[in-house]
Design a protein around this ligand. Structure first.
Ligand code: ZN
Length: 436
């Protein structure tokens, strides 16, 4: 397999000189494989773990449909870091890496059209799926101050390398990758690579959670000439913002439709195996066929966002891709934290640990406990003791923001209790009355 991959690389590097290439993640992973093989293989293991869990859950087609229908819209706050060597006062214009606000906002609109499979947009496909994932420019910064979600930073560097400069970009400007999707827009030094993403990591694979350096770069980087849509974008093939859609697909753990190998797997049964990426210089969207399954010729899903076809040819995520994205939101610690944070957006941090029981005295089978503290995320434990000091209930919560937790009370006899919450550095107790 190793030899096969290298051979594959050889042929496709040559091809990339003639044609622009949507994305650099394949080269980035090849670099990672040589520099940190253990981490590379753990990322591969995460993909098989996602598959294993999905297969265990996916009993029938109907159940799967029900799961998809039951998902609530998840709107992810996005920060766009515009990294430029231009005067910050001059926005937009052809070849100005300090792109206009309108170009950024067009990109967010396109993301929402694509991820929603929105009718009457370029992101609609009759067989496409609404992923229920949406994006919006962040409205508060990491210090709770209002923001446009667009951060502009001027640097003396004229360009960045798509494979080796992720840390340099993150150091120029970067927000918590546990609370925002970070997008860096800059000029790449290679005209052939349009964008590059970073795969999520998963704690179920021992070792992945402790990888250093990975957190600050967790986002995507896109060359400003292919980001968004508008009069300043002159690319013939890549002018509808699909590079960003594609790279965010990687951020959610999706692979290329050819699995980065000849007839490789992307772990999705509903994207037919294909021999190669469908890179082309032709703006027309033509059918391409592969014979990965013996002699039978199957049409490549060239309309899939995870292919390399021109922007106007792409308009589809599949059901399997959507299920994998949502599974990553569960299994990858930074994505999971982001979801928890979004679900508790209305519960701000406090300077000291504060706890509050809703409807105390409690008369129902459960109650809500609001826990607030001065950390973005931390572990905490809930204890309920009776009057004699006997422990009646305990629950440990991992990696949580300030949040609301539902606590079951049905098993508690009527009476007075003490509810205690401990964090790694603080403790707080309230009296709890249970009525029956
Ligand atoms: Zn890619």
């Amino acid at each position: 397999m190793l030899i096969g991959l290298i051979a594959f690389w050889g042929t496709h590097r040559a091809a990339a000189q003639q044609t622009q290439q949507r994305c650099g993640i394949e080269q980035k992973m090849a670099l990672l494989r040589s520099q940190n093989p253990a981490f590379y293989f753990k990322q591969k293991l995460f993909q098989t773990e996602i598959t294993r869990q999905l297969e265990a859950e996916r009993n029938t087609k109907t159940q799967r449909q029900q799961t998809q229908n039951a998902r609530e819209i998840l709107e992810i706050p996005v920060v766009v870091h515009v990294i430029t060597d231009s005067d910050l006062r001059t926005l937009g214009g052809v070849n100005n890496s300090n792109i206009s606000d309108a170009q950024v906002r067009a990109q967010i609109r396109i993301l929402n059209e694509d991820f929603a499979n929105a009718t009457n947009t370029r992101g609609f496909n009759l067989n496409g799926i609404d992923t229920k994932i949406r994006f919006k420019l962040a409205t508060t910064d990491p210090n709770q101050n209002p923001t446009t979600g667009i951060v502009r930073v001027r640097t003396t560097r004229t360009s960045f390398d798509p494979f080796n400069d992720a840390v340099a970009l993150a150091q120029l400007s970067g927000w918590s990758t546990e609370r925002y999707l970070n997008i860096w827009v800059c000029r790449f030094n290679s005209q052939s690579i349009l964008g590059v993403g970073q795969y999520p990591v998963g704690t179920t694979i021992k070792g992945l959670e402790t990888e250093t350096g990975d957190a600050i770069t967790d986002g995507i980087a896109v060359d400003f000439r292919y980001f968004g849509q508008g009069p300043d974008i002159r690319s013939r093939l890549y002018k509808y913002g699909r590079t960003t859609t594609h790279e965010i697909g990687h951020w959610f753990g999706l692979l290329h439709t050819w699995g980065d190998e000849f007839c490789g797997s992307d772990y999705c049964a509903d994207t037919p195996a294909c021999e190669y990426p469908n890179n082309t210089n032709d703006t027309t969207c033509v059918d391409v066929f592969s014979t990965c399954n013996g002699g039978t010729s199957t049409r490549n899903m060239t309309e899939n966002y995870m292919d390399y076809t021109p922007d106007r040819c792409m308009n589809r995520f599949t059901g399997d891709q959507t299920d994998r994205m949502w599974k990553v939101l569960e299994l990858s610690p930074r994505r999971e934290k982001l979801v928890k944070y979004l679900r508790n957006l209305n519960i701000p941090k406090t300077t000291a640990l504060t706890i509050e029981v809703s409807n105390n005295p409690v008369s129902g089978s459960e109650f809500d406990l609001k826990v607030q503290f001065n950390a973005d995320f931390q572990d905490f434990t809930i204890y309920i003791f009776n009057q004699s000091g006997k422990l009646c209930y305990t629950q440990s919560i991992k990696n949580s923001p300030s949040s609301l937790t539902t606590v079951p009370a049905g098993a508690l006899p009527a009476g007075a209790y003490f509810l205690k919450v401990t964090t790694p550095s603080e403790a707080a107790t309230v009296r709890l009355m249970v009525l029956k």
